[in-house]
Design a protein. Structure first.
Length: 259
């Protein structure tokens, strides 16, 4: 974004996503749904994708309730051809892509590292890390300067809890390395900002299986986060409000990393 454009807009205007086209992966439940809804509330048309097609219908309904257009693309980001198809569908419907929210993610099944099958480790990396790269590559080819990629990592890239999740931890640490590399390569050459969002613990299918009493004991703020609190941070990174940020890692964790 040029300096004149930045100086000519109010602070609140810069948080808007008016008429931008956003792709949100992993938008069938939990945080992905909140991200898609928040982007629509900020003024964007939103392409949502995930493996459970029937749930995408509900997410599109939330986007339309916010007064914007939604498009559901059932796909698996672990498949290279699906990543390309998602972006092609977005361009066919809306003409461009302005923001990619790399949110799709899965966790391993809680097996100790000594017994973790290599196939299970690879399965998690294929979605959480390789899938993110494939989506970024496909989206960047359709993006113009000023676009934004937000890679959803996790505070589990920095720490652990008393639940074995070797593949998940490794994949999210890898997302941070990918984030820095893409930012370094694309921000100057392509004009695409690339930043990472690191959630702590929010209600979702993943956190439903965690020991919440143990987690809350480590939360400085004494509670889990609300999805809307994380979605607001996502809109910040997606929008021109963060126009001088790239390669950054924004932690939203209620103080968990302080414990």
């Amino acid at each position: 974004m040029e300096t004149a454009e930045i100086q000519g807009r109010s602070v609140l205007e810069r948080f808007r996503l008016d008429d931008k086209v956003v792709i949100v992966t992993g938008a069938t439940s939990g945080l992905g749904v909140s991200f898609a809804q928040a982007c629509a509330q900020a003024g964007a048309d939103v392409v949502v994708t995930g493996r459970r097609a029937e749930r995408l219908v509900d997410t599109v309904a939330l986007i339309e309730d916010a007064g914007r257009s939604g498009l559901a693309v059932a796909a698996d980001v672990a498949r290279e051809e699906d990543a390309q198809r998602i972006v092609e569908s977005a361009v066919e419907r809306f003409g461009r892509v302005d923001v990619l929210v790399n949110n799709a993610g899965i966790a391993d099944e809680g097996v100790p590292a000594s017994r973790l099958p290599s196939a299970e480790f690879q399965r998690v990396l294929d979605v959480n890390l390789t899938g993110g790269l494939r989506m970024a590559q496909a989206a960047a080819a359709a993006m113009a300067p000023g676009a934004s990629i937000v890679n959803v990592a996790s505070i589990m890239a920095y720490t652990t809890i008393d639940v074995p999740a070797t593949a998940y931890h490794a994949s999210k640490a890898g997302v941070l390395g990918l984030n820095r590399s893409l930012a370094r390569q694309w921000s100057s050459r392509k004009g695409i900002r690339v930043n990472a969002l690191l959630p702590g613990f929010f209600p979702s299918e993943m956190t439903d299986v965690l020991p919440l009493e143990y987690l809350q004991g480590r939360l400085v703020m004494g509670r889990l986060g609300h999805p809307e609190e994380l979605a607001a941070a996502l809109v910040f990174l997606a929008s021109d409000a963060s126009s001088y940020m790239t390669g950054a890692e924004l932690v939203v964790d209620g103080g968990f990393l302080l414990s």
